[in-house]
Write a protein that binds this ligand. Structure first.
Ligand code: ZN
Length: 583
């Protein structure tokens, strides 16, 4: 008899790992314990080492707050080996809040799931923010985001752009009511799906748009927070067990209080709140002690400035768009189940109906998550506003989906309008006026466009089907900066723009000549205002109807020195810094 050679077995596509759908607190409640322990299916990594340490992530479990017998502080916990046959056979370690190796598995699983969702929607590999001022291209490449599951002993978790790391805290709870959460019990932020997904999103967004941590207007930091919440929220819908339980509980009406629209339950309770840390559709009325639906209020966008609270306005708008589309998609099912009255009979929903409603909710949520992520590529590289994000959403969807049968775009426009979010310079809020239009090219300016398109076509050919992230990174850098006397995209554009006014106009790059023409004072600076190409990537996306688009995306950011006539109104802020994002 011939025994099959083990190496002939097909390579697994995914790795299954046990974890909490939300956080440990839901495993202690009878109505949520059934679905809180789920299996995360994440991409299989051949080279996954202890830690885990793989292609994108390195989990480093160092706790600087633990006192050792010799009086010094700091302990390393042994990294989990997810390739251990016993662990593999059991789909990972069992969820446990007291086992540090499970904590490592949980952060790894959720972070990888989030990365996978981004890569699917963006149509390219995720690459972390590069190291600035490096002596060589290879030294500026950051292969892995580092994750510290037990980094601080405080109720917080954050992404540090300077360290390219996620730092998760843990703390003793101080709940407002003992029935909600046990006082003085340990709460680990690294065990919360929502907090992990939120922080990883900060890191991914920081790699995509380097200047979104510079608060040039009140929306910028709020956008970072909102976007991170949107990703965490819509990932709830990718968990079938959770989705079905919540559909059954709300009888399909997701406008009622449910876990899908809430973020970080345990954290919210443990720091003295009544329920989740944030809720996209409702809030807990402390006086009446009941949950209430939030009514959209256009004045909030004018007055609320704290980034998380301001971000909640955008999250609510996106969730509202989701609810509108979901309701439209299930209207026929509800009519059938209610004999045309729209009012479902008392008692539990039929399991078949729960399955159908859950399937519609999952499809809608998946599409919304994709639109929201894809829209990032259509946003300006600096100074983002919520209104511009709406324009990006509409344009991104228009590019990939020809026929908007389910009125996704109108649902977004309406939800933003109800919260007073309008893009600047738009006269009417229609899909046509919101969509970014293609540039019309006159003959005079064609030369710069030809130079750029020929160059980008070549870049596209070189990058096609490349899967190695470090190769993508290094080759792209060479294409931007040039090598061995060959001009890169930056130099080629520079030559065109500073020798031809029309080229400058077409690209939007401001030259010194333009400054002089408009009487803009840029001081005694004799040099031209500089510009940088902050990103260049090849994109290959597939839409919900199977439509495939290949694009090259690049962004230009220009820095110019300006002198304001009225002294004191302008302060020259230094770029960069150590801005951190709190939960
Ligand atoms: Zn945050």
């Amino acid at each position: 008899m011939l025994m099959p050679n083990p190496s002939d077995s097909p390579r697994p596509l995914s790795r299954k790992l046990k974890g909490y759908a939300f956080d440990p607190s839901l495993s202690l409640k009878t109505d949520t314990s059934d679905f809180n322990e789920i299996i995360y299916k994440i991409p299989w990594e051949d080279n996954l080492h202890l830690g885990p340490k793989g292609e994108y992530l390195e989990i480093i479990d160092y706790d600087p707050t633990i006192k050792k017998p010799d009086g010094a502080y700091g302990v390393f916990y042994k990294g989990v080996d997810l390739n251990d046959p016993y662990i593999l056979a059991e789909d990972g370690l069992r969820p446990s809040d007291s086992n540090p190796q499970f904590h490592q598995q949980m952060v790894y699983a959720v972070a990888m799931k989030t990365i996978k969702n981004f890569e699917k929607a963006l149509g390219r590999k995720v690459i972390w923010r590069e190291k600035a001022f490096s002596s060589s291209i290879s030294k500026s490449y950051i292969k892995r985001l580092r994750i510290y599951p037990h980094a601080i002993r405080e109720p917080n978790a954050y992404y540090s752009p300077a360290k390219r790391a996620l730092l998760f805290g843990y703390f003793k709870s101080t709940p407002s009511e003992k029935q909600i959460h046990m006082p003085n019990s340990w709460v680990f932020t690294c065990l919360s799906h929502d907090i992990i997904a939120h922080e990883v999103t900060h890191a991914i967004l920081d790699g995509l748009n380097l200047y979104y941590n510079e608060p040039t207007n009140p929306d910028v930091l709020a956008f970072h927070e909102a976007f991170a919440d949107i990703v965490a929220l819509f990932q709830h819908f990718t968990m079938p067990e959770v989705l079905k339980s919540q559909i059954a509980r709300t009888k399909g009406n997701l406008e009622n209080q449910n876990l899908l629209g809430q973020l970080a339950q345990e954290f919210g309770n443990a720091i003295g709140g009544y329920g989740s840390l944030r809720d996209a559709i409702g809030y807990f009325d402390k006086k009446e002690k009941i949950w209430k639906r939030i009514e959209p209020d256009t004045s909030e966008y004018e007055t609320v400035l704290e980034p998380h609270k301001r971000g909640s306005i955008l999250v609510a708008a996106v969730f509202d768009a989701f609810l509108t589309i979901y309701k439209a998609r299930v209207a026929d099912l509800i009519r059938i189940a209610s004999n045309g009255t729209g009012i479902l009979p008392d008692g539990d929903l039929h399991p078949d109906l729960v399955n159908r409603l859950a399937s519609e909710a999952a499809k809608t949520a998946g599409h919304i998550l994709n639109i929201c992520i894809r829209a990032i590529d259509y946003c300006p590289p600096i100074d983002i506003t919520f209104g511009e994000y709406l324009r990006a959403i509409i344009t991104a969807d228009y590019d990939l989906v020809d026929d908007d049968n389910n009125n996704y775009r109108l649902a977004f426009i309406d939800a933003f309008k109800r919260r007073g979010i309008y893009p600047k310079g738009i006269k009417t809020l229609s899909v046509e006026s919101l969509r970014y239009q293609q540039i019309l090219v006159s003959n005079k300016s064609e030369k710069v466009l030809n130079t750029i398109t020929e160059f980008l076509k070549e870049y596209g050919r070189i990058m096609k089907f490349r899967s190695s992230r470090d190769k993508i990174f290094t080759l792209t850098k060479v294409y931007i900066d040039g090598e061995n006397g060959e001009k890169g995209l930056h130099q080629k554009m520079y030559d065109e723009v500073y020798s031809n006014d029309n080229s400058a106009i077409l690209t939007g790059i401001i030259t010194k000549k333009a400054f002089n023409k408009y009487g803009i004072n840029n001081g005694k600076h004799s040099q031209e205002p500089t510009f940088a190409i902050t990103s260049l990537r090849e994109i290959s996306r597939i839409g919900p109807t199977g439509k495939k688009i290949n694009q090259i995306k690049f962004s230009i950011v220009q820095t110019a020195r300006l002198v304001f006539e009225n002294d004191g109104t302008y302060r020259n802020k230094k770029r960069g810094g150590k801005k951190i994002y709190e939960i």
